[in-house]
Design a protein around this ligand. Structure first.
Ligand SMILES: Nc1nc2c(c(=O)[nH]1)N[C@H]1C(S)=C(S)[C@@H](COP(=O)(O)O)O[C@H]1N2
Ligand SMILES: [Mo]
Length: 385
């Protein structure tokens, strides 16, 4: 008696290398874009960068992170179809003779197991992350990053092993039956072309349903875009002042922003900040979680503020929030961001006083910077030696 099904029991003609390779091609493209944009995002968030992340174009991180989330989401239907077409191979017999063949088969299956497991982990954690739900103890960023390398490694091995088949079937007609399992002969109501079309439509719908989190004119159709358009001045709020434990007393008349440079400290009340020359910059907030939005920010150019405190240019600045707990309370602003004329200590958004939830009394806003590092409720700026 067999406990597991045998691959011969799967008879649909749809389960063919011809379908798998075509879906796989797009899966590979999406995975590749997702991997590269993920590396960019990881690097941009490094506390100290050997080569500083560039400040231009201001929308660069918005684009790469938008692509990351959109391609990652599109991967989900593609992966489901791909797994459906190939999973009978799970029950294919293992070669019983020939040490070489056994070793190759074992290595191939192990790489597929690693690939599938890491892909599911990456997509599941990424998807849950876009909804701002973190039902785990481990650090999202470092774990997602480490598994991305595991996944891309397994993908390269998988493509290398399958290359002869991939080349063959992609050059042939999708309805050819070379490379099919002998039992995969039954015609269903859906043709291979029909299945592929359905798959592209599903991936397209997924993109449209999520891209509205970054592309304003898609908002109306993006039913799955978790955050878009809501919030004061049309910019979503990632963490409220209440949840960051920012109290009224902390932002009242006694509020002071301290600039520490070269052993001296200069303090600025909110009135002092308002009295300095005000600039307006149109800059996006681009959250790692996939949403982004453009705002017209008004406030003091950071460079002007540091000049007023007697700090020379060319130094990194440690940025501290009044928020006491949480991962984003201290960030490091590299010198090229500090000295970029578009980097502001923002006091206003869209011509109105900054909302408490957007970081009142003042917040950092810099071009091409991940949202997580756009520190709200500024308390202290420490110019590094
Ligand atoms: N102090 C502090 N600053 C913070 C955060 C935070 O939790 N605490 N969240 C960051 C994140 S993840 C994002 S995306 C932006 C969002 O800014 P917003 O809430 O004003 O849209 O603020 C950043 N600044
Ligand atoms: Mo964020």
């Amino acid at each position: 008696m067999r406990l597991a099904p045998s691959s011969e029991q799967f008879t649909s003609r749809l389960r063919s290398a011809h379908v798998a390779a075509r879906v796989g091609l797009w899966l590979g493209v999406c995975f590749g874009i997702c991997f590269v944009t993920g590396l960019v995002s990881h690097y941009a968030q490094e506390y100290q960068q050997p080569v500083p992340f560039p400040t231009s174009p201001a929308w660069g991180y918005r684009l790469t992170q938008g692509l990351h989330v959109v391609t990652g989401t599109a991967t989900i239907p593609l992966l489901l179809v791909k797994l459906w077409t190939v999973y009978p191979n799970l029950f294919a017999g293992f070669p019983r003779r020939g040490l070489g063949r056994m070793a190759v088969t074992a290595a191939e299956r192990a790489s597929i197991a690693v690939l599938v497991a890491s892909a599911i982990f990456l997509l599941a954690t990424g998807l849950v992350n876009t909804t701002r739900w973190y039902p785990w103890e481990f650090s999202f960023r470092s774990t997602h990053y480490a598994l991305a390398w595991v996944g891309i490694g397994a993908l390269v091995v998988h493509i290398a092993v399958k290359l002869p088949v991939i080349r063959d079937v992609l050059l042939g007609d999708v309805d050819d039956d070379d490379h099919d399992r002998p039992s995969a002969t039954s015609e269903g109501s859906l043709s291979r072309r029909g299945l592929l079309r359905t798959t592209w439509v599903a991936a397209g719908v997924t993109v449209l349903a999520t891209a509205g989190a970054t592309v304003p004119w898609l908002r109306q159709v993006s039913v799955l875009a978790v955050r878009s358009g809501e919030g004061p001045a049309g910019i979503p709020i990632n963490r409220t002042a209440e949840s960051a434990r920012i109290t009224d007393a902390m932002v009242g008349p006694d509020y002071r922003l301290t600039v520490a440079a070269g052993g001296a400290e200069t303090v600025f009340g909110r009135k002092d900040l308002v009295a300095l020359p005000q600039r307006t910059e149109r800059l996006p907030i681009a959250c790692v979680e996939g949403w982004s939005a453009t705002g017209d920010w008004t406030g003091v150019r950071l460079r002007d503020l540091l000049d007023a405190a007697g700090a020379a240019s060319g130094s990194d600045v440690i940025v501290r929030s009044m928020q006491e707990r949480g991962p984003f309370t201290v960030t490091r602003l590299p010198a090229n961001f500090v000295d970029d004329p578009r980097t502001l200590v923002a006091l206003q958004l869209a011509g109105r006083e900054l909302d408490l939830d957007h970081g009142y009394p003042c917040r950092l806003i810099a071009p091409n910077r991940p949202g997580v590092l756009q520190t709200k409720w500024l308390q202290r700026l420490e110019v590094q030696a």
